[in-house]
Write a protein that binds this ligand. Structure first.
Ligand code: SF4
Length: 156
């Protein structure tokens, strides 16, 4: 995979490494249609809908609760029994999908993936050191294959 990444700010290599590891996991998941890594939805992340319903993610129907029922005390809802049960169910039943945002957190908070992240960071740094990895630059028309307008000369 050739990815120039965002080599312009501190920690950018880690972000690029996370994206590379994530793409490989997503690809494997799609090819095998199988669980790859645990999901920390309803534990480290979740979704609040406009009506106050709090969900583990956008893809599951089981609701942790509605923030109104908890007198707008999010902590109480998030640390409640129902949230714990849903979080446990997600892990125990090896829920899986390719949800990009959740995948990012699932990678960054999974110590088992740290060797892979460190490996990708090392490869990015090595590639840059030997000059194969160029700094990001502005795209030119020729990069994206848009034809340059030409004025046709008249033959008369
Ligand atoms: S694996 Fe996907 S569907 Fe399952 S809880 Fe996580 S984000 Fe939701």
């Amino acid at each position: 995979m050739n990815y120039h990444g965002q080599a312009v700010y501190p920690m950018s290599d880690l972000i690029t490494a996370r994206e590379l590891v994530g793409r490989r996991i997503q690809l494997k998941l799609l090819r095998e249609n199988q669980f790859q890594i645990p999901c920390y939805a309803a534990n480290l992340m979740g979704v609040i809908k406009s009506n106050g319903d709090v969900m583990a993610c956008e893809l599951r129907d089981d609701k942790l609760g509605n923030i109104r029922e908890f007198d707008y005390d999010f902590r109480k809802l998030w640390l409640g029994e129902r949230a714990k049960a849903i979080s446990k169910d997600i892990i125990a039943n090896k829920c899986f999908c390719t949800h990009e945002c959740f995948m990012s957190t699932n990678i960054l908070f999974n110590p088992r993936l740290y060797p892979r992240l460190v490996g990708e960071v090392a490869k990015l740094k090595a590639a840059r050191a030997i000059g194969r990895l160029k700094s990001p630059r502005r795209l030119k028309t020729s990069d994206v294959g848009v034809p340059t307008p030409r004025v046709q000369k008249s033959e008369s």
